[in-house]
Each structure stands twice: as C-alpha cells, then as structure tokens.
Design a protein around this ligand. Sequence first.
Ligand SMILES: [Zn+2]
Length: 505
Amino acid sequence: MKTHVNRKTIPPSLAELLDIRGITVNKVAAICKTLGVGNLRELTTAVVLEQLERIQALTPENRKDIRRALKLDKGPNNRIQLWEAQRQGNEILQTIRQFPEVKRASLAGSLRRGKDTIGDFDIVVQVSGPESKKLLYKIDRMPFTERVIAAGKNKICIVLHNQALVFLYLTDEKHYGAALLYYTGSRNYNAFMETMASAKGYHLDPMGLYDHKINRYIATETEEEIFQYMTMDYVPPELREEQEGISAAALHKLPSLVTFDRLRGDMQIHSEWSDGEESIEHIARYMFDVFPHYQYIVITDHASNDRTGHVLRPDDISRQGAEIKRINDTLGCDYVKRGVEVDILENGRLSLPDELLKQFDWVIASIHSHFTEDNTFRLIKACENPYVHCIGHPSGRLIGTRAPYPVNWDLVLEKAAATGTALEINARPNRLDLNDTLIREAVARGVKLVINTDAHKLAQFDFMQLGIWMARKGGCCNTDILNTRKWEDVEKLKKGKISDVKKKV
Ligand SMILES: [Zn+2]
C-alpha cells in the first residue's frame, strides 16, 4: 500500500532539503524512510557514509546537490587560496551590492576570518522581505553563477562556473549583526560564544541574542552591539577560530593587532640581479610612490651555487652595492638597503662565506632543497650564524603542492629566540609561511617576526596585505613585527645578535 506523503510528513529540520532544486517531497520521504534519518545531524552522517547511493529516486545530480548544500562536498584539492578567494569574494560582493533589493552585504565565513585557504564563500545579505524573490532571479543570472542549487527563505546556495559554492544568508536589518557574527565564526568559536551568552542569561543564534527575561530577541544590527551586551571586547574576525579570542575579550585583554599602515618596509625583494623582473631603480621609484609610508626596502637577490637561472654571483656584490648607492643618492636618502637571500645547504652551511655576508645590511637564509627531510638541524645552524638576520619561509610549505618539511619547532623557535634571529612571515599567497599557528607559538617565545612579500615583480608588493592578515590571525601586535620599526632600531637588534652569539662561542 502506498502511503500518502506531503510536506507535513517531513521532519521539520529536514524541510530545508526541499529548497534544493529537484528535491521533491517524495524524494525526502524516501530518504527518511530508507535511511531511517529524522534530523539534519543523522542525515549528515548518512551522507558522509555515502548512503544516499541507496535511494533510487535520487539522480546523481540530486545526490551531489544535497552534499553541496550540506557543505559536505569539498576535498583538500579544491580549496581556494586566500588571495584568489578574496578577489572572487569581492567580485561577488560588488555584484550583489548593486541589486536594489540588497541593503547591505558582507563577506563572512573562513574568508572573513583570513584562513589561508577557503572551501566556499559565505555572504550575509540584508534584504527587505517581499523582494527576495526578485533577488533570486538576479542571482541566478549573475555572470559567474552556473546555477542555483538551493533557494529557501533564509538561504540561497549557488555553484559558480569554477565549481566553488556560495552560500547567501538572507537577513533583515534587525538581525544583521547576529547573522554576520554567526556566519563568520568557526564552529568552535560559535559554540564558545553560545556558552558565554547563556552565562549572561541570553541565548545566541543566527537570529541574535534572545533575552530570557523579556522573552524576545534584542535587535542587534551590528556585531559590536552583541559584544557590548555580553560585556566583551570586540573580537576581530581573524581571532574567531578558537576559544583564546573569546576568553581574552571577556577579560578585556585582547591584543591590539598589527596593521598595514604601521609597516615601515618590505625586507625580501628580488630584482633583475637574480630572478626578479625589475631593475632596482624601477622597484625603488615604484615603492617610493605607491607605498609612501614605507621608510626602507631591502633588495635580497638569490646568491646560490646550485640554482638554475639568474643569481647574484660573488663578483656582482660590489657592483650591485654601487648601484644601490647611486639610487639612494638620487633619492636623497638611504631608502634601499643591501640584502641577500642565501641558501641553507644540506650540511647547514650557507651559499656565501661570512666575509661576503658581512657586507650586506640584511641577510636572509632559506631552505631551497631537500624538502622531505627533517630540516631542524639546518635551520638551527643558520640561526647560529652571526651574520644571518632572518630565516626565510621557514616551514617550506607550498599550499596545495608541497607539505612543510619535518621540523622540531620547539628547538628551532628556542634557537631563534636565543640568537635574536627573526623568522619570516612570507606573504606570497601559496606560502603564507609561517602560518598562523606557528606565528602564535613564535610570539609566545619572544621570537621577532618580519612580514615580507618576497616580490619578484611590482604587482606582488600588494601581497603584504595577506602577510598582515596572517600576522593578525597569529595574534601579532606591532611590537612583534620587526619591520614596523625604524631602520635604526633594526640596526640595533642586528648588533645585539652578533655580540650575543660571539659571547657564547
Ligand atoms: Zn626563497
């Protein structure tokens, strides 16, 4: 006998499946009956266990769309690097903001938190109720929309031509702050926030702060209001991953994080003397105009024996020095510093002898070989060299293509702190090295950090914003970042390093 199914026979928490294109009441009923699931959590488990295959009524497309709408269809390979995600996210945001039905829209999720890669886009959109139908029509026709997967009263899920997913959370003015807070925080962060809220007599969800005393939601148009009601400091989105951000905010002890306008220079730059595209003069003039708050730049061409392609040869060093002097003379200040990036060789020695390293203002030592071996010893040896000021891209990872090499970070961070060797936060989108976790550990041990673009062409100087983002995510204040200092102070720290190491010898 065939039982009659209608919308009411579907468990309420599974009703949102009906927002997915092509998913009918009969199909949801079949899922519930065959898999014995009665709520979203059970359904999620069943989907992860690939039990949807058992439902004959579902087309392969239906199964894929259910996985996507539940945010279950993404692997490590299709995550988008933060730089590219920021570009795409802003493009979508700009388009959506032009629709008259949209009063406000903000990026949320892992992109707003500045994670080094993101799985999908979350955007909070303020619409006025009756207009959301028209909005759906327009979203379906955005140039980058492949198709709308699911459309409900509060959520629209679309897939882009590049197969990335976009979740639009629709809200109104009164609940905008709460929605933005909820859809920005990591799962852990939101759970902690909810605990904090209940301790204060509230219930916190995407609708906002529900006050049990008056039995209704408090209007919270901004995130700031929610933090105020909870008597906490505003927690910057970068810190909304784990509990630390919350407990510090509740104690009014949040660090004031480093900002781009406090930077005074970029300390890893490649010119045409090695594998960069531009002359030092071009770079200097460009930086002088485009980054007027920088007081210095450090040219750090590769000096290497076994690198293919262009490198800075030992007999180039004094000629390059003369060129830098000439450029500084025309600029009328010591704007360009003489730096170098040397290889840390297999035995921990460097690709230039100390007598030559001495001639530079700033020496970066980096690992460019043997990426699968444990490199603790090489990094420690480099820190011990009195002429090495900084370790470049210390973990060696290339996001999506190369795992970091094995390193005992306890030992390396300890050595960097003891010798006064700075570690780099390399801002290239596929490096972001150190990552936020290691940055946090380095800061805790008093290791100085330098944010560098490692630019090889002019457009890459903009990566600095990404490095700042990582530093903020790692909890860095201005004082943790060496290149927020004047060059005279950098010089003082360098002197400290040489005498300290000598004392130990
Ligand atoms: Zn390098």
